[in-house]
Design a protein. Structure first.
Length: 266
């Protein structure tokens, strides 16, 4: 636990690698301090079938700035919500279990930027359910060292198939090198589900390279293809994602995944 909390003093939790001392009040790209805030927690049924009903804890703050984010300002402002304390967490877990949740699931924003605070509350939870970690997979390898004994299922968002789209739509550099490195680490640690949100106009630049990489590297990993994209919030900034996905785009994507022999679960 001390090791995890020490991460705040020279923060390298995600690949922005800001190196700031968050415990001294210094802020990096994500603007998060040492207190993680929960802006919503509830039982969800729209996740992958093997996970539902799942009790999701939404933490505010993120290391990305995706143009297609549906969470709104809660995702980007780490001060939103109520503090993740042990008292709050233990009570919330009990609430979820009473309502039949099969697991708890950390989502954001991005939970990686709050990893030490999350590990702390989980270590103090007397009846911790199975843990699902849903992430953009832009954490550093040290994050996966800390997670390896704490997570039962990883759900990875594989968002872009090339670095230019990652830079333009999410403000992140070297996206593909980082996400593919982390997918391989996670696949060797725990159960892994890889998700991709189909975006209009990104079939060739993003979806096809993702499918090709999965076929060559992790063809046995369950692939969750999300084809219900709707524009919201910031998406008007980018012409091609300012409208919904067409049924034709979704159908072609499912066909390609089938042709490539991927294990499509959704
Ligand atoms: S978690 Fe925040 S402060 Fe730490 S490296 Fe990432 S963006 Fe920077």
């Amino acid at each position: 636990m001390e090791l995890a909390l020490a991460c705040y003093t020279k923060c390298m939790l995600c690949e922005h690698r800001c190196g700031v001392d968050r415990s001294a009040g210094h802020l990096g790209f994500c603007k998060a301090g040492t207190v993680a805030n929960v802006y919503r927690h509830r039982i969800e049924y729209g996740e992958e079938l093997e996970l539902v009903p799942s009790h999701l804890f939404y933490l505010s703050g993120c290391d990305l700035r995706c143009g297609f984010c549906i969470a709104g300002i809660d995702a980007f402002d780490p001060s939103r919500g109520m503090a993740l304390t042990s008292e709050f967490f233990n009570r919330a877990v009990q609430w979820g279990q009473q309502r039949g949740a099969r697991n708890i699931q950390w989502v954001g924003g991005e939970p990686t930027i709050h990893l030490p605070a999350i590990l702390e509350v989980m270590s103090r939870c007397p009846q911790l359910p199975p843990v699902v970690w849903k992430s953009d997979f832009q954490g550093t390898p040290e994050v996966f060292d800390l997670l390896k004994d704490a997570v039962d299922v990883y759900v990875a968002d594989f968002k872009f198939g090339n670095d230019a789209c990652g830079r333009r739509l999410a403000g992140i550099e070297s996206y593909t090198r980082i996400v593919t490195r982390n997918l391989k680490i996670a696949a060797g640690q725990s159960r892994l589900i890889i998700r991709h949100l189909l975006l209009p106009g990104h079939a060739e630049c993003c979806y096809r390279p993702i499918v090709n990489w999965l076929r060559e590297n992790l063809p046995w990993v369950p692939f969750s293809l999300r084809d219900s994209y709707l524009p919201s919030w910031r998406s008007r900034r980018f012409a091609e994602i300012a409208h919904p996905l067409t049924p034709g785009e979704a159908k072609q994507a499912h066909c390609l995944a089938g042709q490539m022999g991927l294990r499509v679960i959704q």
